[in-house]
Design a protein around this ligand. Structure first.
Ligand code: NAP
Length: 295
């Protein structure tokens, strides 16, 4: 298929490379074109605006940062909507507000464009390996049209429901991830404080009921004190903001998610927003350091 890709950061760059590798024709828009020279060298073509890109392709994939960024590239002055044509499908893989996804789907439908919210889980490793989990909201028929493109990027592709449902599933994912990071960080800190090797604890727990991807991947990061992203804390803060805003609108209170979100807020506030969000462990360690001279 002719595929356009917008948003070529940690996730988008790897996904776009897999789209190319699967044999699709790839068009790119990047606001900093110097960042995509490797993909251009592999045969991708550069467009001057999202509108110009949209006019040439059957499917546009966006993988930018936050809700206003998706709105800008899809509906802004030189946005995708200005290159709309019948049959075009816009697939947004960014993590954004469910209600905003729903609203954009309605606006794009007027221009004859099918919009799918298709946020992902699996991180940078999943993006590189083409094994992402993709949670899709929107028309099932539109998903079937673009499935070959999604299959180049992900292994588990689930149609969750109508527009916005994919983003709801992703918000659920981020609740589980944030709370699990906090739990693993506390367990690692507890082991250290008891003068027990946290690496041995991780190894043992991985075989039992507490085993998880978070314990596996982030537990190892915590042991190595390696918080190179990965998934930046400022993006996780954005996602927990989406969770909080949605929960508040629904009148529900999420105790553990609120606590984990406060830790991520503190991490970002101390200037660590570019670290991987598993650096919550560093914050917990800092808060539990005994003052000098105290036994
Ligand atoms: P990233 O490394 O910061 O990359 C974002 C990319 O989008 C950059 O290339 C950026 O361009 C571009 N961009 C942002 N706003 C734009 C705009 N208004 N117009 C044009 N381009 C714009 O972020 P990422 O980690 O790839 O994450 C992308 C999305 O996936 C986010 O919504 C994130 O929450 C989600 N996600 C990330 C992960 C992960 O593990 N990293 C996992 C699951 C989901 P510049 O380089 O010019 O800034």
């Amino acid at each position: 298929m002719k595929v356009g890709y917008i948003g070529l950061g940690i996730m988008g760059r790897a996904c776009a490379a897999n789209v190319l590798r699967a044999g699709h024709t790839l068009f790119l828009y990047a606001r900093r074109p110097d960042t995509v020279s490797d993909l251009l060298a592999q045969g991708a073509q550069l467009c001057a605006s999202p509108a110009e890109l949209a006019a040439q392709v059957e499917v546009v994939v966006t993988n930018v940062s936050d809700t206003p960024d998706v709105e800008q590239v899809l509906l802004g002055e030189h946005g995708v909507i200005h290159g709309a044509h019948p049959g075009l499908v816009a697939v947004d893989m960014s993590t954004i507000k469910p209600l905003a996804a729903k609203a954009m789907a309605a606006q794009l439908a007027i221009a004859g464009v099918d919009f799918l919210d298709a946020p992902v889980s699996g991180g940078e490793v999943g993006a590189i390996n083409g094994t992402l989990t993709i949670m899709v909201g929107g028309k099932a028929e539109a998903l079937e049209r673009v499935r070959p493109v999604l299959q180049a990027m992900g292994k588990t592709i689930t149609h969750i429901g109508e527009s916005g449902a994919g983003q709801v599933a992703k918000a659920c994912n981020q609740i589980v991830v944030a709370v699990s990071i906090e739990a693993v960080a506390e367990a690692m800190k507890f082991a250290r404080a008891c003068e027990v090797d946290p690496a041995k604890v991780r190894e043992a727990l991985l075989g039992g009921f507490a085993g998880s991807r978070i314990l596996d991947v982030h537990g190892q990061r915590m042991i190595d004190d390696n918080f190179v992203p990965g998934f930046k804390a400022r993006l996780h803060q954005k996602d927990m903001g989406i969770v909080a805003e949605t929960a508040e609108a629904l009148g529900i209170h999420l105790e553990a998610a609120s606590h984990a979100a406060a830790l991520i807020d503190a991490l970002v506030a101390q200037g660590d927003g570019e670290l991987d969000s598993s650096a919550i462990a560093r914050l917990i360690a800092q808060r539990n350091t005994r003052p000098a001279g105290v036994a």
